[in-house]
Design a protein around this ligand. Sequence first.
Ligand code: NAP
Length: 456
Amino acid sequence: MLRVAVVGSGPSGCYTAQSLVQLDNDVCVDVLDRLPCPYGLVRYGVAPDHEKIKSLQNNLRTVLEHERVRFLGGVRIGPDGVPGARLRELYHAVVYCVGAATDRHLGIPGEELPGSWSATEFVSWYSGHPDFPEHERNGAPDHDGFVAGANSAVVIGVGNVAVDVTRMLARGATELSPTDIPQGALTALAASRVTDVDMVGRRGPSQARFTTKELRELGSLPDTEVTVDARELELDPAYADPSGLPAPQRRNVEVLRGWAEAPPRAARHRIRLRFFLRPVELLAEAGRVGAVRFERTVPDGRGGVTGTGRYEDIAAQLVLRSVGYRGVPLEGLPFDAASGTVPHLGGRVLREGAVSPGEYVAGWIKRGPTGVIGTNRPCAKETVTSLLEDAAALARRELPGDPLTALRADGVEPVEWPGWQSIERAEAQLGASLGRGVVKLPDWQSLMNAVHGSAH
Ligand code: NAP
């Protein structure tokens, strides 16, 4: 029996485990995660109001409940946990599916001002990620730190995460209450006075990264007006004649054209989509961010933009920098800093250009933070195909026994599937006590209390 460790239980980890057990009856898989909860970005990245995408958890659940798959949560791989080298001793093969754990930086003055956050932090907060650094105000957790004191927000970037955070800022309690959003984030967003959100791209509408379905959804938000300035759209040469654009971009441009031509109407929330503005500085006001300074850009004819030396300040007491995720190096694994990925050949990890036996990657750490959840399926399958080609050679090495026994002997106490099920029960109970559906537990203490069966 080939024993494989999959590090990370997000979509790429689950699809890797699924392919492994589907394609080979002689494989068993441990899916390890540093959190006690599975599903990675499906649980902690997909916005709570996207319930249909979230329901993918049900598909991933069937993978983790497969008889030859074990979920081992609460196991950190790395220097402050189980070293990667130890994992390779315990398993015939290790597949790293650790995603892209951090966010890209703008590298402009004022980026660290209070009130300026990465979209990742905001997403982690409303998703109840237990690592979200809790803010203290007068010694108490400051749950409404994001929106408190803000009436306008700027979202930098025009990808799907930018659309998610913009939409969440315009959502009210009625729409969020039926979701699994943690109670603290719900209360804060319900009390939010943010009425104006500018979502700003440095290039033109035909280069925006959002998908049309997500873009259109902004136009269907209750009591929300979406505006676009036709003069900005016209700076894009493809706006006058979009027929040469690939279909997804052409559809985006048509949605934007519709908004640019729509008559103004009164609404509580205004979302403005802005283009050809590149952020150059975050400006302070009363000790926190007060505005973002942008330089007007124009197309350079090669898909990029050049600055014009003309500037525009957009007022905002909340700035969300949504400029993409980034992979982080893993102790003991090679890493290409330029792309934020692990060098590989068909999913086989490459060390100084040579295949490293028994080490594989799948998902964002393999190909970078692009694509939708389903993109991880073929990506995982490619890696698994490589691994199974190597299986005969890998299985020749004798292992010390059941890795779980060895991990326990090393002092590691994984959260197994029943532990996760206790968390699910506690979240259902919490929701019932609040008159809501399932409500996420947003901190380590309550998650671990649930695992160990104590009251939270
Ligand atoms: P993304 O799609 O890569 O978009 C990043 C945005 O940031 C782009 O508009 C980019 O502009 C901009 N940007 C980068 N550096 C910048 C800078 N220095 N100054 C100003 N703007 C800058 O990343 P993402 O939105 O984080 O999404 C990551 C992946 O998750 C994507 O594949 C996305 O589709 C997926 N996702 C999907 C969903 C969904 O399906 N509902 C939801 C969330 C995320 P340039 O193009 O000019 O570089």
